[in-house]
Write a protein that binds this ligand. Structure first.
Ligand code: HEM
Length: 388
């Protein structure tokens, strides 16, 4: 029977589109079996309504340590953190609820609004430097990566001077390098110690004062929590800045709408998030039998939500003036992206300033020649040669 189950690939022949074979997978129904590289056959959810239902269903677990947790690409065991206790993303309630409560106050709309002047300063400085040095430029190294990296450092209280180290480890982690997680955890562990000895400013310092001191988190948990926010906080946003820029440059009529009307940027960012859905698969394990899309997912079975496919259900066209509500680019349910307000602010400010400061911006090579991130769970490019 398994012979008829199609294989899932994460390859995106076009960097903007869902993984190859999406149309065939969708034809099999909103919930159907798929085969992964390791021969396992979890459920794949491609329907948008079904994806939202599954992600908000309390009968699923996000615990990556559970048997049958679906992994769409080979990851050596070392890349899965040994201490997942404090990483939010891999925890279920009640632990998840407790951890999320500790950090949510730092990511409210109001808190992020207060950060906007700092984000504007960082964006302006990066553009000043890029314009002074170029053209040409590598938009990833000169802009898309340093902006979110500096912002998350500022928010967490991590020294930006160490950015080369953690950006490298983070990239190696996504490329399935076994030691990267360990190196990052050691770095964060030492940083927490330094901050205990000499307190500074930032979310890590707040957590040391409020949680570590009160026994809410131990040293190791705090390091793990910091690591996840550091990783989640820059790679994702960096990929959205570079891919979003590519998409807009390739769609001049859409770009014109963003340029002509400053108020349009919010909707444009939402539409780019939907269109690209860079974190294109989200894994879960069913804790009980779940009826979904005409199928019965049995307790203990793995489920992959194909968010990149589901987000194209309504339209395959990019329309910045007509963004779809309820896209899945930030996930849905209790694990919905903690940093979404921050990411939105960064993307809005980055695109607005980039296209205003460099109105003649264009790709320096054809789209097909832009180097892509290999085999990553996150869609992105490793370099983006641009000129003006
Ligand atoms: C455009 C940029 C971003 C995208 C596309 C993105 C995407 C996502 C997605 C899809 C999830 C849900 C994963 C799941 O359900 O299994 C998630 C969770 C998360 N994201 Fe983001 N993210 C972005 C930016 C950020 C930023 C800037 C931060 C900063 C701290 C962040 C921190 C987190 C954390 C901590 C979680 C886990 C939340 C939980 O499990 O409760 N993300 N993100």
């Amino acid at each position: 029977m398994t012979d008829t189950v199609p294989e899932l690939t994460l390859t995106r022949s076009c960097p903007f589109d869902p993984p190859d074979g999406a149309a065939e997978l969708r034809e099999r129904g909103p919930v159907a079996r798929v085969r992964l590289f390791d021969g396992s056959t979890p459920w794949l959810v491609t329907g948008h309504a079904e994806a939202r239902a599954l992600l908000s269903d309390p009968r699923v677990s996000s615990d990556r340590g559970r048997p049958n947790f679906p992994m769409p690409i080979p990851l050596p065991p070392q890349t899965r953190p040994t201490n997942m206790t404090a990483t939010l993303i891999s925890n279920d309630p009640p632990v998840h609820t407790r951890l999320r409560r500790m950090v949510i106050p730092s990511f409210t709309v109001r808190k992020i609004a207060a950060l906007k002047p700092k984000i504007e300063r960082i964006v302006t400085e990066r553009l000043d430097a890029m314009i002074a040095a170029g053209p040409p430029a590598d938009l990833v190294a000169d802009f898309a990566l340093p902006v979110p990296s500096m912002v998350i450092c500022e928010l967490l209280g991590v020294p930006y001077a160490d950015h080369a180290f953690f950006e490298e480890q983070s990239r190696r982690r996504l490329d399935a390098d076994g030691n990267a997680i360990r190196n990052l955890l050691t770095y964060l562990h030492d940083l927490v110690q330094k901050k205990i000895d000499e307190p500074g400013e930032g979310l890590l310092d707040d957590l040391i004062a409020e949680q570590l001191a009160e026994g809410g988190l131990d040293h190791e948990e705090l390091a793990a929590m910091g690591m996840v926010m550091l990783i989640a906080g820059h790679d994702t946003t960096a990929n959205m800045i570079s891919l979003g820029t590519m998409v807009l440059l390739g769609n001049p009529d859409q770009l014109a709408k963003v340029r002509d009307d400053e108020a349009a940027i919010g909707g444009a960012v939402e539409e780019l998030l939907r269109y690209l859905t860079i974190a294109g698969t989200l894994g879960r394990v069913a804790l009980e039998d779940i009826e979904l899309g005409g199928q019965t997912i049995r307790a203990g079975e793995g489920v992959l939500v194909a968010s990149a496919i589901a987000d194209r259900e309504q339209s395959d066209e990019l329309d910045v003036a007509n963004p779809m509500r309820h896209h899945l680019a930030f996930g849905f349910g209790i694990h919905q992206c903690l940093g979404q307000n921050l990411a939105r602010a960064e993307l809005e400010i980055a695109f607005t300033h980039l296209f205003r400061r460099i109105p003649t911006l264009r790709l320096a090579v054809p789209v097909e020649e832009v180097p892509r991130r290999p085999n990553a769970l996150l869609s992105g490019v490793s370099e983006l040669p641009v000129t003006w």
